[in-house]
Design a protein around this ligand. Sequence first.
Ligand code: NAD
Ligand code: 4PL
Length: 247
Amino acid sequence: MIDRLAGKIALVTGAAQGIGKAIAERLTADGATVFVADINGQGAKAAAAAIGGKARAVTADISDPKSVASMFDEIGKAGGIDILVNNASIVPFIAWDDVDLEHWRKIIDVNLTGTFIVTRAATDQMRAASKPGRVISISSNTFFAGTPNMAAYVAAKGGVIGFTRALATELGKYDITANAVTPGLIESDGVKASPHNGAFDFVGMLQALKGKGQPEHIADVVSFLSSDDARWITGQTINVDAGMVRY
Ligand code: NAD
Ligand code: 4PL
């Protein structure tokens, strides 16, 4: 288990805080060189410094192709990407009556189209180097539950699962796998600062296992999917939510 990602280069988007930061920390502990990317450049720097080791900060907006291209120039100079973790997203709490076209477009643009933009660039870089690769995208169990107060988000997260299934088919011949992880409610920095923080009692009632989901619960599964042990898994969605939903 120790150093199972030694020699690998990983990119974690949205890694300044929360689940992304925990994933970056875990992949660094596994021996990878991790690019800690975030639209919040200061936050990315602070996270990379806190993680230490080979973690490197990069400022990038996943919904901006130019910003993503310059990030991949930098990753290319470091040796090229092996593992992409699509984690960055906006996690809204918005009543259905406030879901207008502007909100819908923003959420789809960042959470779904941003995932495409980064994945396109990452897998092109893997293929140009004839490297096998991993794409792990963080979806959400809200896609199964139809959770209230996040209609556009639920749709975008379903899109991420659909995209993952198609990507697995398109890229299998290059030995690139694509899988999704669906966390349940996790006590991340973003959740702690939002009305979602009030949902733990209700969600806990639905969970088979009791307790509050933590970023590390997700990071452990992403580490497994990044590792050689997961080499025969592609196109799948791994639900990590203490058994809140069963599908
Ligand atoms: P968070 O809000 O704590 O952190 C998200 C990070 O993404 C922030 O640092 C933010 O700056 C960054 N980000 C936002 N837009 C970006 C952009 N355009 N480009 C680059 N970075 C951007 O979120 P979290 O709770 O840690 O969630 C992480 C992932 O897990 C997300 O995909 C989220 O949808 C998913 N998820 C979270 C939960 C939960 O309960 N926390 C549950 C299921 C799924
Ligand atoms: C069960 O992805 O999966 C709240 C907020 N509750 O973002 C999520 C649950 C939230 C979730 C999520």
